[in-house]
Design a protein. Sequence first.
Length: 280
Amino acid sequence: MVFAVLRGVGATHTHRTWLMRAACAVWCALLLPWTPAPNELELVALDVGHGTAVAMRAPGPVYWLFDCGSRDRTRVVQGALGPLLAHWEVRELDVALSHTDRDHAAGLDWVVERYAIGSWIGALSAPLGERLPHTIQHLDVARGTLLVPCPANPALGLTLLRGCNAPGNEGSRSLLVEFEGRSVLLSGDAQDDGLRALIELEPVAQPCDLLLCPHHGAESRWLGALLDACGPAQVWISASASAPAEPEVRRRAIDLSLTRRDGPLTWRARGPPESGQKQP
């Protein structure tokens, strides 16, 4: 369309040359989109069915991936995570893995094949560990809390949390993300003794803006205690079907978002909150 207009313009050769250059610049901008470096904290929970995959970016730029898997969908990384990372123009990212079950880790083979991994925190299976360069820093915690350094942005606070070191779901890790007065608690799959012990950890007992519900919103006698402890302004549930936790979250009038209903979920921190207020 641009070139059709140019052909119809009765202009001098100099003017036509200038217009052609301007048109080329426009087409380059359209064909080669540019994504600016992030100036805020942004989290995206991908719609992966029964599973968890949360991508995060922050000024620095800093890129993190919390879990990446699905139990009932295939090619979720190619169809969901890959396009997002391409849009963000990610070349290197850090990984936090709650535990090695398929619905949390199935897509990480694809990730480590295509991206440079800066650091890895939490669970790490032997096959994945063998594929990572030996120079990559791996941090984990048996029980309790672990502060994770972020040299690219010291304002970004990351804390790895683990209620107990039991195998499977109960020993899964959670990640507390703090930035500019905002906080997000990304939970693993602990729902019984592991969740009870997690609630007792000091960083959990503070109001948060967003909670990724444990174990895809599965039934847990400790759910109420968790909601009391962290008092989330918003709850996300990443699942492919209705979750038992949904009625309790709604009963408490907490803002609830569901990947099964809403598709990919996005949350942004836009600076410090006003006194006594939370900003979604």
